[in-house]
Design a protein around this ligand. Structure first.
Ligand SMILES: NC(=O)c1ccc[n+]([C@@H]2O[C@H](COP(=O)([O-])OP(=O)(O)OC[C@H]3O[C@@H](n4cnc5c(N)ncnc54)[C@H](OP(=O)(O)O)[C@@H]3O)[C@@H](O)[C@H]2O)c1
Length: 324
């Protein structure tokens, strides 16, 4: 993972939206089992997912599976809180108080003794960066977390954390969790380029399928029971169900067919072709989806420079870089 010593599988498995809301203990047990048996060694979670219920569910599965704790990694993230509208001051954000308390709560819910990775789920302008870095360093010293990272921070914010870590000789962030998929490329392919070169950083990228849009399943409307049709996720539907995006996805679906692969595997494979991606976190509500998505590893070998160029021509999202 970046310059750190941690080894993450190229594909990993996360629980946003799915755990508790769409998936119960039995299915989560099956899906985590399939992931683990296929080499996945990173399971991603956060305090805010299903207001803590996602961590509780993952914790129950981990306990039942009784896998060797040294054989997998598990994360949590703090910032949004786990109490929804009941969140009081200090129950959200990145203050020392919330980072420490959220860590304790995540450990209890996940039923583990330490988190392998602890993310600051968003930047917090109300907290001095020194407080965040000192707190993360302290949690590492206490053995409660092993590595820490950021999620959706700007390049400048990440570098501020490194500056503070250097000033006080503390352990800085080693990983960022940004959205990255064929329709969302700015941070990974433009904003972070200098950071990858200088301090170095791993990435655990999210929504490789743009919540399912990049499977082609929404090409002719919203299939029942799928994410963009869920109550409470209208904002996500509005973000993705746009005619210009759908038109490109339809064209890409035909191209994937020509190549003899599914659009889902093409889209995931495309993310892991980027050498700055450490792991692509998969989401899946069904066994068939996960088994399909895991094939992305083989498909990645088929994405030759010519194929990648054709994908770029169809999707037209490649960020423009300044000509040096
Ligand atoms: N740090 C952050 O801010 C942040 C934000 C979001 C996510 N994440 C992390 O990233 C993980 C992955 O994100 P994501 O769930 O948005 O990933 P995604 O791959 O973009 O979307 C996954 C969803 O797409 C549908 N799907 C997946 N494979 C499919 C297939 N082969 N055929 C048809 N439909 C398929 C399923 O939803 P349906 O079956 O319901 O349609 C599935 O739950 C999350 O679990 C979480 O751990 C982090």
């Amino acid at each position: 993972m970046g310059k750190s010593g941690l080894q993450l599988s190229v594909l990993s498995y996360g629980s946003w939206v799915t755990f508790h809301k769409q998936i119960d203990d039995t299915i989560a047990d099956e899906l985590m089992g399939i992931a683990y048996d296929n080499g996945v060694n990173f399971f991603d979670n956060a305090e805010v997912y299903a207001r803590g219920e996602s961590e509780r569910l993952m914790g129950r599965v981990l306990k039942k599976k009784n896998w060797d704790r040294t054989s997998y990694t598990v994360s949590s993230k703090a910032y949004f809180g786990s109490r929804g509208p009941e969140n009081k001051p200090n129950q959200t954000g990145l203050s020392r108080k919330h980072l420490v308390e959220a860590c304790h709560e995540a450990l209890q819910r996940l039923q583990v003794e330490y988190l392998d990775i602890y993310f600051c789920h968003r930047p917090d302008k109300n907290v001095p960066i020194e407080e965040v870095v000192w707190t993360m360093n302290h949690l590492i010293q206490q053995g409660k977390i092993l590595y820490w990272g950021t999620s959706e921070w700007s390049g400048v914010e990440i570098m501020e954390a490194h500056r503070a870590a250097e000033d006080y000789r503390l352990i800085g962030p080693v990983v960022e969790q940004p959205q990255y998929n064929l329709l969302e490329r700015q941070k990974l392919e433009k904003e972070y380029l200098m950071i990858f070169k200088t301090v170095g950083m791993g990435t655990t990228i999210w929504s490789p399928l743009a919540s399912g849009l990049l499977t082609g399943k929404y090409n002719d409307g919203i299939p029942e029971g799928s994410r963009l049709g869920l109550e409470g996720f209208e904002w996500l539907k509005d973000q993705w169900m746009m005619e210009d995006k759908l038109a490109k996805v339809r064209e890409l679906t035909s191209f994937a067919q020509e190549l003899g692969m599914s659009l889902a595997t093409l889209s995931i494979a495309w993310t892991i072709k980027n050498p700055n991606v450490t792991t692509a976190i998969l989401g899946a509500t069904r066994k068939e989806q996960l088994l399909e998505n895991l094939k992305a590893l083989e498909v990645a070998e088929k994405l030759t420079p010519d194929v990648l160029q054709r994908i770029d021509e169809i999707i037209q999202t490649k960020p423009l870089l300044p000509a040096y």
